[in-house]
Design a binder for this molecule. Structure first.
Ligand SMILES: NC(=O)c1ccc[n+]([C@@H]2O[C@H](COP(=O)([O-])OP(=O)(O)OC[C@H]3O[C@@H](n4cnc5c(N)ncnc54)[C@H](OP(=O)(O)O)[C@@H]3O)[C@@H](O)[C@H]2O)c1
Length: 446
């Protein structure tokens, strides 16, 4: 039986999971592939830690360079994380004619556009299913299952930490800071949670999904990104009273004429979704991705977005996809039997513009702090009317001990530029505090 020989970089959470599957599911994998996947070597800075696995027959090293250049390895799995040295290790593996698989969304979002052409030049494959949605095979579904469609939108709850925090805030009426602390104690949030709670991790993933959906280049730096740290328990309650739940959503949509995609809308922010939608039911640390296409209509993929076993499952699925068509004794033509990594042949991927933030059209949730005195609300609504912004709903909370009271407004659709112009006039009113919370609403989620 032919085989593919694997070298692993990083024996942390996911690396250990991948090693576990390759060792414990060896027979199942061979039966599915008709060939063996053999773990030949693994590198980690700390080899003394007990991973509860029998590594006999596996070459262990603390120098990742030994793995990426070794002659007896066909496929390198990068599970170190971060930008560097992960980028250098993956690039070196590709340069040495090895296939690469990674779960590293930061790496693909930032350096994918240099790694894809390098892989193509060397006749090797690059897989990154686990980088988006953890164990959910959403990239394969988008790339292959939905290939017949012009994609009309992609929505995703892509960060388990944020979803866990928002769910707990809603269920317990608890404040953001308290829930974050608890999430950190439970290991759901990092000691430095910035990447997760400020939406950067979701932006990494959304930029990959958008490029795959619309045949564009990955433009992570251009994703409009806001995190969840300004959301209060009161906002969650107000949204619920209006029939909505707040989720950190990644949203991507195409813009153009005559069916040609010319610009790509990409945004990540806390979003009000209808409480009865499927997306609103995705709770705790679960993830979900909704892909809508012109023929298939709405499709939705749900599951564990992180964790050792689910994420390792997606990594090994990538290894198996490559192993199915490539083997130790194969040549560079073999990879042509794989679907293109980004769902479009490399020469057909376009360098599309990102839709300017001011041109984004959506409905808004506004939380204004206003002094409880006659005429203030009339002044605010008059400014909104000047900007042709109409209201779907409005509620004013009870007078608190402070002089200001929160006023919640839901607007109909308008552009971000128009809304911001109106807000800058509203905060100029003497009776309105400067700190306005702006959230966005999406009624089109399934
Ligand atoms: N954890 C998840 O649920 C999850 C889900 C989806 C995707 N991912 C992605 O999967 C990747 C791995 O995540 P993880 O959670 O497994 O991280 P992790 O637990 O921190 O594991 C990384 C391992 O790599 C080792 N390492 C770091 N630099 C190294 C180097 N230069 N040479 C050799 N070993 C090195 C680390 O050692 P030290 O501990 O000494 O630094 C650690 O053992 C990341 O890209 C992450 O974004 C993770």
């Amino acid at each position: 039986m032919t085989e593919i020989r694997v070298g692993l970089l990083g024996l942390g959470t996911i690396g250990t999971g991948v090693a576990r599957i390759l060792i414990e599911q060896q027979v199942l994998i061979s039966r599915r592939l008709g060939k063996n996947v053999r773990l030949v070597a693994a590198a980690d800075r700390d080899l003394s830690r007990d991973r509860g696995l029998d590594f006999s027959g596996v070459r262990l090293t603390d120098d990742a360079n030994d793995v990426v250049t070794a002659d007896d390895i066909d496929l390198v799995v990068e599970l170190i994380g971060g930008y560097e040295p992960a980028r250098t290790f993956v690039a070196t593996a590709l340069e040495h004619g090895k296939h690469a698989v990674t779960a590293n969304k930061a790496l693909i979002a930032k350096h994918g556009e240099e790694l894809f052409p390098l892989a193509a030049e060397k006749g090797v494959a690059i897989g990154f299913e686990a980088a988006v949605g953890g164990g959910i095979p959403c990239l394969k579904a988008l790339r292959e299952g939905c290939a017949a469609n012009a994609v009309q939108s992609v929505y995703g709850i892509l960060n388990g930490t944020c979803n866990f925090i928002l769910t707990k805030m809603e269920n317990e009426g608890a404040d953001y800071a308290d829930v974050l602390k608890e999430a950190q104690e439970l290991g759901y949030a990092e000691a430095d949670p910035t990447f997760d709670v400020e939406g950067i991790d979701t932006s990494h993933k959304l930029s990959i999904l958008a490029a795959m959906a619309f045949g564009s280049k990955i433009r992570f730096d251009e994703v409009f990104t806001e995190g969840i740290s300004k959301i209060t328990a009161d906002d969650i309650e107000s949204a619920a009273e209006l029939g909505y739940r707040i989720k950190l959503l990644g949203i991507a949509k195409p813009h153009g004429t005559n069916g040609n995609v010319e610009r790509v809308e990409m945004r990540v922010h806390p979003t009000l979704v209808p409480v009865h939608s499927q997306m609103a039911q995705v709770s705790d640390s679960y993830n979900a991705v909704q892909v809508s296409g012109d023929f298939v209509e709405h499709t939705m993929y749900f599951g564990r977005g992180a964790g050792e076993r689910p994420t390792a499952s997606a990594v090994v699925a990538d290894i198996m996809d490559i192993a199915r068509v490539c083997s130790s004794d194969g040549g560079p033509d073999e990879v042509k039997h794989l679907a293109p990594a980004m769902g479009f042949v490399e020469s057909e991927r376009r360098d599309l513009e990102t839709l300017a933030v001011a041109d984004i059209e959506c409905e808004y949730y506004l939380r204004l702090m206003v002094q409880d005195q006659p005429g203030v609300i009339a002044s605010v609504t008059s400014i909104l009317a000047d900007h042709r912004i109409s209201l779907e709903a409005m509620s004013q909370k009870e007078r608190s001990e402070a002089n200001s009271v929160p006023v919640i407004m839901l607007t109909h659709e308008t552009s971000e530029g128009n809304l911001q112009a109106a807000i800058s006039r509203i905060v100029g009113l003497q009776a309105v505090e400067e700190d306005v919370l702006i959230l966005r609403k999406e009624s089109a989620v399934a």
